[in-house]
Design a protein around this ligand. Structure first.
Ligand code: GSH
Length: 141
C-alpha cells in the first residue's frame, strides 16, 4: 500500500477526521503541514481551488473536501469498514457527517446561500435544531 499524503493545518477538525480515518485503517500516511498564511499561494491553490485544507494525495491522485476523502479511504481501505451496510444506518451516518460539516463550518451555509435572512455574526445554532444520532446507530457492529 503506497503512502497517503495529507496536506492540512495541524489541529484542523476536517484534517483530523482524515488522519483519524487513516489511523483507524492502519494505513501508511504522512501529514504535510500547511502554514495558515499560505492557503492562497499558487502552490496550494493548485491543490485546492478554494484555498482550504485538507487535501489528500494517493498514488498521484489528488482529492479535496474531507467527506469525499473519507468515503474514498473507506473504499480503497475496506478493512475495517467504517460505513455500515444497512441503508438506514448509512443514512444516519450521512446525517451526522452533514451536521458536523455545518457545525464546524457554519459559514458554508452563507457561502452556499442556504441561509439568507440571518446575520453572518450570528451563525445558526444547528446543534439545537438537529437531534443527536446515537453513535451505536452508526459504528459498525
Ligand atoms: N468543506 C471543507 C471545509 C474545509 C475547511 O473549512 N477547512 C478550514 C480549516 S478547518 C480551512 O481551510 N480554512 C481556511 C479558510 O477558510 O481560509 C471540507 O470538509 O474539507
Amino acid at each position: 500500500m503506497s503512502e497517503f499524503i495529507v496536506h492540512s493545518i495541524p489541529g484542523s477538525p476536517f484534517g483530523r477526521a482524515v488522519l483519524a480515518t487513516l489511523e483507524e485503517k492502519g494505513a501508511p500516511y504522512r501529514l504535510s503541514p500547511v502554514a495558515p498564511g499560505t492557503l492562497r499561494s499558487p502552490e496550494h491553490l493548485a491543490r485546492h481551488p478554494f484555498g482550504r485544507i485538507p487535501v489528500m494525495e494517493h498514488d498521484g491522485f489528488s482529492l479535496y473536501e474531507s467527506q469525499a476523502i473519507l468515503r474514498y479511504l473507506d473504499r480503497v481501505l475496506p478493512d475495517p469498514a467504517l460505513t455500515p451496510s444497512d441503508p438506514q444506518r448509512v443514512a444516519h451516518m450521512d446525517q451526522v457527517l452533514k451536521k458536523a460539516l455545518v457545525i464546524e463550518d457554519p459559514d458554508s451555509l452563507f457561502r452556499n446561500n442556504l441561509v439568507e435572512s440571518q446575520s453572518k455574526d450570528e451563525p445558526p445554532a444547528f446543534s439545537d435544531k438537529v437531534e443527536d444520532v446515537p453513535t451505536s446507530d452508526i459504528l459498525p457492529q
